[in-house]
Design a protein around this ligand. Sequence first.
Ligand SMILES: Cc1cc2nc3c(=O)[nH]c(=O)nc-3n(C[C@H](O)[C@H](O)[C@H](O)COP(=O)(O)OP(=O)(O)OC[C@H]3O[C@@H](n4cnc5c(N)ncnc54)[C@H](O)[C@@H]3O)c2cc1C
Length: 663
Amino acid sequence: MALRLSVIESHLTIPSQVNPLDNFSKEKINISLLQAEYYKPKPEITYKFNELIENNPLFDLNGHMEKSREEQRELILRQILYLYPKLYASFDLTDSINRCLCGFAMSGFDLTLSGRYSVHSVLYMETLEFLGTEKHKPIIEKSLMLKEYGSFSMTEISHGSNVAGLETTALYDHSSREFIINSPSPTSAKFWIGGMANTSTMTIVFAQLIIEKKNYGIHAFIIRVRDSNHDPVEGIHIGDCGAKSGLTGIDNGFILFQNLRVPYDALLDRLSKITPEGKYKSSFKNNEKRFGIMLSGLTGGRTGILGSTEVNLRNALTIAIRYGAIRLQFGGEKEKPILTYPTHKYRLMPLLAKCFAARMNFKLIINLYTEAKELIKKDPENLKVSELHGLLSIFKYLNSRYSQDGIQECREACGGHGYSAYSGFSRLRGVNDAHHTWDGDNNVLIQQCSRFLLKNILHSFKGNPIISSYVSFISASKTCITHESLTCPQDLISLLEYRCHYYMNKCMSRLQSQTNPDTKIVWANSQVHHMNNLSISFGELVAAKELLKFANELKVKCQHTGNEVEKIFKLFSLSVLEKDHIGFSDKEHKLIEEKVVEMCDVVATNCVKIIDAIALPDHVLGSVLGYSDGKVYERYMRVVESAPGCYGKPSWIHLIDDMKKAF
Ligand SMILES: Cc1cc2nc3c(=O)[nH]c(=O)nc-3n(C[C@H](O)[C@H](O)[C@H](O)COP(=O)(O)OP(=O)(O)OC[C@H]3O[C@@H](n4cnc5c(N)ncnc54)[C@H](O)[C@@H]3O)c2cc1C
């Protein structure tokens, strides 16, 4: 084997004097500054995680690729057991933002690890913190020390997005001051519950609260699901959801309840209580508002998803850009890197710009979430809470879309080798896919942003001042499209504001033109081409503004670095405008198209340096195509040769003899 490896290496080693990656690293960018600023807030959590997994065989992505479902789940739990005490010792994990950022750091390596950890540390713990009261603190403390491992049981096999329609019931029995939890039908089985199949000891169940035959709507209950022998407690039936499209190391399960009696304290009763006299009491008169706050535990999960989608796209771009710089095809006597071809630049550079935009979305939400965390509990109707919710809803859609489409494009940009599992793309694409759906389906979430926008627009149309400063586009007007305006950052922002304004007018005429008295039907009929586009254009406007702000802040510290990020901002804005037909003339649209191609060329001259600044280290990236030294072929062959069955005969070799004798 060793002999074969060295023979192959001698054929494949690239002469070391020229590093092809240097061809795309022209400008004087301050790499460490860009990394430090890009990685904020709290980059130390990511650095710590990266350090913890270095040279540790537990974290060898390629080595563990062919493990069975059972083995993968064991591996992930071993990884958590190794990491958690070290992270706990280094950071204050009583702070939910820190827990969320730990999950984000893990997701840069493997979303399976991050997902398994985050269901407990973010979804379950945060819901307990938001909805629980003093008496639930001991469970929080035990959960923080992993003495209990929690899950989040909301979705049922027949209901996901429509949480209000869940079937599970919690019947209040005043004589014993207990709840009787039931799954009244096979379609009410809680399904997809992360951690339920094998790991959970506790879960938060979302069920219809019924008191004296009256339904008070969905409430959350903390319930023990397994006893000290790790068997399901009496009255609970648990199973495994089986094979999935990815994330095999997460034990998604289903759970049904049969007359499970739990004490009053199971109710997470910060928002609504049952008095000692047996009367229901809620701090919210409006059921819809109470219901919205009931789902606040999802905020941390969705925030983590913004970070995870961005890092998945960043990883895919790291691989595709480095590979594009070393992969030679055509070009005559001296073959040229594929990244020198305009089509390749046009495929990858707008994605790099989207990656930066996605990062800005994550940064903004982390800041807004940090500010609003206490308000969600104390004053949930505060403007800051609704801004957080509106923006988070559209950013989850945008970031997931950018990354899923981007990962696929990057895979194709690496040709056949991109299809090898050792490239890392299939893992990235498989795990990233779940982000469109879990913690709230993205297409349903767009409508949450649309509701936020409509409220602001209607308020302003009545002659009132704008409620949220983010909704600045209400008074926008069209900016002329010229070569100059397409290179001026402020004009580009004005054009993006005009884009929102255009969709706002379209939406208002659509809503007004419908005569159906049922507002739900009017709303549903106003989504496609209208409210959806308004929300998307709004999300992209805010992202662009944040990206420009980031470039300007960098300029103060290092002009060169800030200038490079400003170019990325321009490309982001232009490529967003390029895809839309919002009343631009053919001539104007042609100008935009030309500018996009020009900016792709400009950004490409430095793209390796930029990606090197923001990339995760090689051992976290785990791709044979994406190494920072550009030595692809040697590593690729080494990993292929080390995989089981590379040489020799398979165990089913006798079938080949049978085949010969078949006729
Ligand atoms: C890997 C994985 C892990 C998960 N983990 C958990 C977990 O730990 N706990 C938990 O409770 N759940 C979990 N889920 C479930 C997840 O949260 C739900 O799948 C999600 O909320 C969507 O619900 P659904 O599957 O019922 O889709 P549906 O609501 O049936 O949606 C199907 C499609 O219909 C569209 N649609 C629905 N309503 C509307 C509407 N009003 N207007 C327009 N279009 C609409 C949606 O956009 C979607 O494309 C997990 C799911 C996955 C895939």
